[in-house]
Design a protein around this ligand. Structure first.
Ligand code: NAD
Length: 503
């Protein structure tokens, strides 16, 4: 039995929780009924933040503010270069506050601080990319319609966008949406997860400081049913950009369909990493551990299924197990930590229930599988399960914890069958020295991203999103700003119109 994890209490534990107020029409306000949400650090157990808790009245006020800013404010009418300058300033301010923002995300989500710093740095890069794209947005012209006609296709901002985000990458995910919506000239109402709202409120302050006009971005903390749902159904909202679970994504789409809103959906994943015998097995083993346990597996892109060729399974898995034993689990604020706390005790219980059920179905827990004893917070031992078969729930459903399910194959056809045998299609990885093998897998896998001899890298230039029930639409990439636009076709006629209808 290992000694319990010894989690040190940070300075914040003996201070009062930080308070965050809603941002509506450029002003910080409390909820009308005075309700608040308290957030405990899942790694330490003390209350770290308290947010004003919005309800339907605040959704109404926020949408009205965003609508007014869109209809009559300067933002959609500015030159793209002026909008870009404000977005670049915002990126600089995020960079200047990187350490504070990373600490908030680590405290509220339980993720390791070193990883959080990487995410905020990545977000800065995305804000700069979106700022530079703002000036590239353009339409089309058609001078090939005959001498009397000129066709012009404009790209206009779509209007008010509702942005709803999950708890696992609080600052990074809002940064995959908001700067592109703003670059297009849209206005927004943003709802972060009720568990990790603080860094989004800091972003709101940064945007005002960068010069964003009042009402362009409004930020509400609150529950999905009270705040998210009316943000989706509100008639003045033109588009919903949602990242979260497939279950809530389906509900959101059904609600948005009532008023035919455009939706963008980034949902769950059950991603496979396929390892062939001719791969660089040392690198593949490291990527297997990274894919399974990064962000405690609370990651849409987690490589939660390790699909290994039978011929190398035993040796490869013992290498993976040995590396797993070296993964440092513990205090999210410790620079050395690789796996921090689980988001909540309910979620931890859900993950361990999956492990118990898989063991009951005939698989075996090869490593980990248990909650780790600790003086504070909730931590789960990185877990490897062998003998998983395709029909087991753990092979098909998103577990969202540090649990690696191992399946084996003997042919490339079988590997592809396993990889594709889930309702999800977010991402996949393939490890082989053969270009033929890599290309066959990359072409054969039904997912939005395939990593070849690497895993879970991301670049603002590359579109990201899911096949099947992993989502709808793509984020990032050069078309990300266009997603937040409508096309308007204008047909100019010169001279007297011929071919009259009545004559
Ligand atoms: P969730 O679906 O429970 O919640 C996501 C957001 O939706 C939260 O802000 C929540 O308050 C809100 N919400 C809940 N009910 C709502 C409703 N009825 N109407 C409108 N909004 C509502 O997801 P979560 O547990 O916060 O996050 C984990 C999930 O997110 C996982 O499934 C993960 O795979 C997915 N995810 C996907 C991506 C991606 O890019 N594909 C990235 C990160 C996370």
């Amino acid at each position: 039995m290992n000694a319990p994890l010894n989690i040190a209490m940070p300075a914040e534990a003996s201070a009062a929780p930080k308070n965050y107020r809603l941002l509506i029409d450029g002003k910080h306000v409390d909820a009308r009924d005075g309700r608040t949400i308290a957030r405990k650090s899942p790694g330490h157990g003390f209350t770290v933040s308290r947010y004003a808790q919005a309800g339907e009245a605040e959704v109404e006020a926020a949408v009205q503010a965003a609508h007014k800013a869109f209809e009559t404010g300067p933002w959609p009418r500015m030159k793209a270069g002026e909008r870009a300058a404000i977005l670049f300033r915002a990126a600089d301010l995020i960079e200047a506050r990187l350490e504070d923002i990373a600490r908030l995300d680590a405290l509220e989500s339980g993720k390791p601080i070193a990883q959080a710093r990487g995410e905020i740095g990545g977000a800065v890069d995305i804000w700069r990319y979106a700022a530079s794209l703002a000036r590239t947005l353009h339409g089309e012209s058609y001078a090939n319609l005959g001498d009397a006609m000129l066709g012009v296709v404009l790209r206009e901002p779509i209007g008010v966008v509702s942005i709803i985000t999950p708890w696992n990458f609080p600052f990074l995910i809002v940064s995959q949406k908001l700067p592109f919506a703003l670059a297009a000239g849209c206005t927004a109402v943003v709802k972060p997860s009720e568990m990790t709202s603080a860094s989004t409120f800091v972003l709101g302050d940064i945007l005002l400081e960068a010069g964003l006009p009042a009402g362009v971005v409004n930020i509400l903390a609150g529950l999905g049913a009270d705040v998210g749902a009316p943000m989706v159904s509100h008639p003045l909202v033109e588009m919903v950009s949602f990242t979260g679970s497939t279950r809530v994504g389906k509900m959101t789409m059904a609600s948005a369909a009532q008023s035919l809103k455009k939706v963008s959906m980034e949902l769950g994943g059950k991603n496979g990493q396929i390892v062939f015998p001719d791969a660089d097995l040392e690198a593949a083993a490291d990527a297997a551990v990274f894919g399974g346990f990064f962000n405690a597996g609370e990651c849409c892109n987690a490589g939660s299924r390790l699909i290994v060729h039978e011929a190398i399974a035993d040796d490869f898995l013992s290498a993976v197990k040995a590396l797993t034993a070296r993964v440092t689990v513990g205090d999210p604020l410790d620079d050395q930590t690789k796996v921090g706390a689980m988001i909540s005790s309910d979620h931890l219980a859900k993950v361990t229930d999956y492990v118990t059920a898989a063991a009951g179905e005939g698989s075996n827990v090869y490593s980990g599988g248990k909650q780790l004893a600790s003086n504070a917070g909730q931590y789960l031992d990185p877990t490897i399960i062998r003998g998983v078969t395709e029909d087991m729930a753990i092979a098909r459903e998103e577990v969202f914890g540090p649990v690696l399910s191992v399946l084996t194959f003997e042919s490339i056809e079988k590997a592809l069958h396993i990889a594709n045998n889930t309702p999800y299609g977010l991402s996949a990885g393939v490890w082989s020295a053969s270009i033929d093998t890599c290309m066959s897998v990359a072409r054969g896998v039904r997912s939005g991203t395939v990593w070849v001899n690497t895993f879970m890298e991301g670049y603002p230039e590359l579109p990201f999103g899911g096949y099947k029930q992993s989502g709808l639409g793509r984020e990032l990439g050069k078309r990300a700003v266009e997603d937040y636009t409508e096309e308007k076709t204008i047909q100019f006629h010169r001279g007297q119109r011929t071919g009259w209808w009545v004559g």
